[in-house]
Ligand binder design. Structure first.
Ligand SMILES: Nc1ncnc2c1ncn2[C@@H]1O[C@H](COP(=O)(O)OP(=O)(O)O)[C@@H](O)[C@H]1O
Ligand SMILES: [Mg+2]
Length: 258
């Protein structure tokens, strides 16, 4: 994409769960560059979460190499932020302490500054003293996003981050992520089974096929931002991505993906 070395580089990554007869992931090659949003799109069961767990350092690949900024990745890494499908906030800590949870090594003033900045980026300034239980689903997921941003990661992994939200909140958060990512120099890997989510957000859509999980093809999304979901160009690309997805995984032909 650009001349600089990739933030994240995967070569021939494979995975198999213990006791499983077949591989979960086979020969995954993928590069992520600075400022890029890459969507990993595929139906349920094709190994997306397994790949996220490997990149998060929570699981180890059976084969292959993973480099973060040119260095082998060998466990959880402070430069990688993660947003899961559920916010996973600690209910006994107020919002600010949740956002600052990964910043324990910093002094108080710097931590407060980073927390305030991260909350401002998700438009929740003034929410620091609230309790997680007093937040809506969308607000809680924005706090989770702020927590991931607060450590200034080079790479953010999002595993179906908006899947548990209602459609209107999901669209609003997608737009929000698109806006806050413009001009960012981190890389974002967004895992989704939602074609529209991939089309609205991604610079590139990496389509996965199942059994074993592998990359079927990559589709570049060269549409101007902000993107209109009902725009003509997006609709045209949607039908070609759906074709690609249907070829990669016959289960998707009926659109019954997820
Ligand atoms: N802990 C596990 N042990 C054994 N098999 C697993 C485990 N987790 C997931 N799998 C299997 O690995 C495959 C990929 O799962 P997953 O990575 O969760 O896919 P996705 O996120 O794309 O839905 C599925 O067939 C699933 O049943
Ligand atoms: Mg999953």
């Amino acid at each position: 994409m650009n001349g600089s070395p990739p933030v994240l580089s995967l070569r021939a990554v494979a995975h198999r769960y213990p006791g499983s007869r077949s591989a979960t992931l086979e020969h995954i090659d993928l590069d992520l560059h600075r400022g890029e949003i890459v969507a990993l799109l595929g139906a349920s069961g094709c190994g997306k979460t397994t790949l996220v767990r490997i990149l998060a350092g929570l699981d180890r690949p059976a084969a292959g190499t993973i480099l973060l900024d040119g260095q082998p990745l060998s466990g959880p890494h402070a430069r990688i932020g993660i947003v899961f499908q559920e916010p996973r906030l600690l209910p006994w800590l107020p919002v600010a302490a949740n956002v600052g949870f990964g910043l324990a090594g910093l002094g108080r003033a710097e931590r407060d500054r980073r927390v305030a900045e991260a909350l401002a980026r998700v438009q929740l300034s003034g929410y620091g003293e609230r309790w997680p239980r007093a937040l809506s689903g969308g607000q809680a997921q924005r706090v989770a996003l702020a927590r991931a941003l607060a450590t200034a990661p080079e790479l953010i992994l999002m595993d179906e981050p908006f899947g548990a939200l209602d459609p209107a909140t999901r669209s609003a958060l997608q737009d929000h992520v698109a806006a806050l990512w413009s001009g960012s120099d981190g890389a974002l890997l967004l895992v989704t089974h939602d074609v529209d989510e991939a089309l609205v957000l991604a610079d590139r859509i990496v389509v996965m096929a199942p059994n074993p999980g592998r990359i079927a093809t990559t589709v570049a999304v060269r549409l101007p931002r902000p993107r209109r979901r009902d725009g003509h160009d997006l609709r045209a690309l949607r039908s070609s991505v759906l074709d690609v997805l249907g070829n990669a995984d016959p289960r998707c032909r009926s659109l019954a993906i997820g």
